[in-house]
Design a protein around this ligand. Structure first.
Ligand SMILES: Nc1ncnc2c1ncn2[C@@H]1O[C@H](COP(=O)(O)OP(=O)(O)OP(=O)(O)O)[C@@H](O)[C@H]1O
Length: 276
């Protein structure tokens, strides 16, 4: 099963993501404003910013759901794994994306059973159709992916009947069927209680340690995994600062990002923030 048809073109040095002064206009508003960011291969990254700072717009830009404003010099501004143009299904094999929009898609319309939802990831479809030929290897991989996320017991249930946390585990398993190099997770802990959040973050840590590069988009500093050491601070559509945790998770940088006096606390390998 060749899940990565163009993986041969990606060298070990090809950046996972290279955004060069991209601007995005929605309606009349400039939502991303000359945003530049570069993520090296294998570099687990957190993209942190307050409500409305442009995080979801950035996710859509990376997912090729929206495009930046064309530049006068004609140069491309968004390269994912070194390439500007992607067939979206092909890109999903390398970069899995789980966002609230993907989750919402499973709560309405025709019911989809959990295992079908996972295996349909191979076809970039919402569920299985008559024209989808599911091989034994695909089934095995789907089972493995569900196990990786501690979600095998959900097989047989309908997606719409799952709790937020359960559905999110299944959707990550769905993204993992391709063994992608990286996973882009938009607000993965939204709607989880304290204990579920910690269990879920531990599952993500296992993935990160297993070699899947994680790009975690969040507005909570508490969700930045110990494995992540690259942080991008977003504010008002701009990357205010990017660098390692020691440089970015400071009172000064977070105060500028959130527009209020923030105090950062370190708890072992984790961080937390309080307002002064
Ligand atoms: N289609 C659109 N048309 C007009 N404005 C938009 C559109 N999409 C987003 N915006 C605006 O762009 C800004 C950034 O939105 P975005 O959803 O990217 O922020 P976010 O950081 O993900 O926010 P949150 O954390 O609240 O989800 C917001 O002010 C939002 O109202």
């Amino acid at each position: 099963m060749n899940a990565h048809p163009s993986a041969h073109a990606i060298t070990p040095d090809t950046p996972l993501l290279d955004i060069d002064a991209a601007s995005v206009l929605r309606g009349e508003r400039l939502i991303l404003d000359h945003l530049s960011l570069r993520i090296a291969p294998g570099q687990h990254t957190a993209i942190l910013g307050p409500n409305g700072s442009g995080k979801s717009t950035l996710v859509k830009l990376i997912a090729r759901q929206i495009y930046p404003l064309a530049r006068q010099d004609g140069r491309g501004q968004v390269r994912v794994f070194g390439r500007e143009r992607w067939n979206v299904a092909e890109l999903r094999g390398l970069l899995g994306i789980v966002s609230p929009a993907v989750q919402l898609d499973y709560t309405s319309d025709t019911p989809v059973e959990v295992f079908d939802a996972v295996v349909s990831g191979f076809f970039a479809a919402r569920g299985l159709g008559l024209d989808h030929r599911v091989t034994e290897a695909m089934r095995e991989r789907a089972h493995e992916a569900l196990e990786q996320l501690d979600a095998s017991h959900l097989t047989g249930r309908e997606m719409a009947s799952l709790s937020t946390g359960e559905a999110r585990r299944v959707l990550i398993a769905r993204a993992l069927v391709h063994r992608p190099r990286a996973l882009l997770l938009d607000e993965p802990c939204a709607g989880l209680d304290l204990a579920s959040r910690r269990r879920f973050l531990e599952s993500l840590r296992t993935l990160a340690r297993g070699g899947t590069t994680l790009l975690l988009v969040t507005h909570h500093i508490e969700e930045i995994l110990p494995e992540i050491d690259h942080v991008v601070l977003l504010n008002d559509g701009r990357a205010l600062q990017q660098g390692n945790k020691a440089a970015t998770l400071t009172d000064t940088a977070l105060t500028a990002t959130f527009g209020m006096p923030v105090h950062v606390h370190r708890r072992g390998d984790w961080h937390a923030a309080t307002l002064d």
